[in-house]
Ligand binder design. Structure first.
Ligand code: UDX
Length: 456
């Protein structure tokens, strides 16, 4: 059986390593960060991802998962190596490929037999060719380079790994792709027959997941096409969101309701209802950097795509737009106390990178009397970008107590299901700003609140 190394213990690498080790493969999970590796050795992950820990424990207990910081230990014996390291953005929006290049160089110097190197990180089109050159400069063994972008969304990474919508494999050497296919077939067989008792924390989150497991849908392409599929998919989804948010402003101006509008628009199967939800806009570790990376990619190739500039512009405008809409209620907000509910970039994750909720909280600090904030799990990670002027509270009740305005910035279920009668008693004022259009507007108004949504 082939031996595998996964480089990078983020969402992408850790979930893949957990799945492959549970599917019977000897799998090294390699990361240069000793702290992260030490945590994974104890059978859990160093970030929050629903259900993932039981698969890490499964991998460790089976003796198949080897977390390590050593390239020397992992690479020489491995047949297939996956690169899952981060590609953050540079200040100018282009992709920072320094981590990818470093990981490729560190791998190349330890390659002593023919290998398949699978790129799973999101990279601009053309990167594969550059990395192939690094291997050619450092080893005389045959390295088959494959682009295999991941499409997993945070908060549902385990489900997306067990049941991916598609598996894109792009390479110059299509024959070698069978070896990579074998790995994904093994994950499919594992998912099909999974013993839910063994993975109870996952099964409790996704109770009927077995009915959703489909046979792998392979898409074989050239290297460059595979690279471009990933960023284009993310940029297209981001476009759907910004298109919806721009239309939400027109709905506000004209008296339409954006939810009703998009229910009607999304009923067309050619369009689809997903990613047509208006609100504060998109954030996180993928969409913002993938869109800006693709903009640079277009520029570098002297090709125009004015649509993407608009996507960024609309997204940027949303926190400010919501505040302007709030102010249009007529009352001065300078002397008001505000509670922000939710700091993660979306529910189900502790990730607060490029979170629109954090951006909104920071905007408010200079404009109102006091800003309090609460999130069920993202407060620690949010601190990184959050203004010191935002007071973090240890409960929802503490956050809403004595405030004039409550803003839902991330649609966590606990906020949607909040006892608004009790909240009203605790609050000083009666304004609810629904930054994610996740509340029942009529119910909220009937309770005596003033309601502010996005496009409704
Ligand atoms: C995304 C892609 O979905 C995934 O395929 C890719 O591999 C990585 O990027 P993720 O960043 O985890 O995944 O988040 P996603 O669930 O796609 O949401 C992105 C952002 O868009 C969130 O901030 C969310 O709140 C926002 N969003 C989503 C909307 O504002 N409206 C919508 O209708 C949908």
């Amino acid at each position: 059986m082939k031996q595998i190394t996964i480089i990078g213990s983020g969402y992408v690498g850790t979930t893949l390593a957990a799945m492959l080790s549970n599917s019977g493969y000897q799998t090294y999970l390699l990361d240069i960060d000793q702290t992260k590796i030490d945590i994974i050795k104890t059978g859990k992950s160093h970030f929050f991802e629903a259900g993932l820990d039981s698969f890490i424990t499964g991998g460790i207990d089976s003796g198949n998962l080897f977390p390590t910081v050593s390239y020397e230990e992992a690479i020489p014996g491995s047949d297939i190596i996956f690169s899952c390291v981060g590609t953050p953005d540079n200040r100018d929006g282009s992709s920072n490929l320094s981590f990818i290049k470093k990981a490729t160089e560190s791998t190349a110097v330890h390659v002593f037999k023919d290998i398949i190197f699978v790129q799973r990180s999101t990279v601009p089109v053309g990167t594969g060719r550059e990395l192939i050159q690094i291997f050619e400069n450092n080893t005389n063994k045959k390295v088959t380079y494959v682009s295999n972008p991941e499409f997993l969304a945070e908060g549902r990474a385990v489900l997306d790994s067990l049941n991916p919508s598609r598996i894109v494999l792009g390479s110059d050497d299509q024959k070698k792709l069978e070896d990579v296919q074998q790995l994904f077939n093994a994950i499919y067989n594992f998912a099909k027959d999974i013993d839910v008792k063994e993975f109870s924390d996952f099964a409790s989150t996704y109770s009927n997941f077995k009915t959703k497991i489909n046979e792998p849908n392979y898409i074989f392409t050239s290297l460059e096409s595979a690279e471009l599929i990933k960023v284009t998919a993310n940029a297209f989804l981001a476009t759907k969101i910004s298109f919806t948010n721009a239309t939400a402003k027109l709905a506000d101006a004209s008296g339409a309701d954006i939810t009703e509008v998009m229910n009607g628009v999304g009923a067309d199967p050619r369009i689809g209802r997903s990613f047509l939800y208006a609100g504060l806009g998109f954030g996180g570790g993928c969409f913002p950097k993938d869109v800006s990376g693709l903009i640079s990619n277009f520029k570098d190739n002297n090709v125009a795509n004015p649509i993407l500039d608009g996507v960024v512009e609309v997204n940027k405008s949303m926190p400010e737009y919501l505040l302007r809409k709030l102010q249009s209620l007529g009352s001065e907000i300078r002397d008001k106390k505000v509670a922000i509910l939710g700091l993660s970039f979306k529910p189900g994750t502790s990730d607060a990178r490029k979170s629109q909720s954090v951006i909104l909280a920071n905007l408010l600090v200079d404009r109102v009397d006091k800003v309090k904030a609460f999130d069920p799990i993202a407060m620690e990670e949010a601190k990184h970008d959050l203004s010191k002027g935002v007071e973090l509270t240890s409960s929802i009740e503490e956050a809403v107590k004595s405030v004039d305005i409550v803003i839902i910035a991330t649609e966590w279920p606990i906020f949607k299901e909040l006892d608004w009668v009790l909240a009203k008693e605790l609050m000083n004022g009666n304004i609810i700003v629904d930054g994610r259009n996740c509340l029942n507007k009529e119910e909220i108004i009937n309770l005596g609140f003033e309601y502010v949504g996005v496009g409704r």
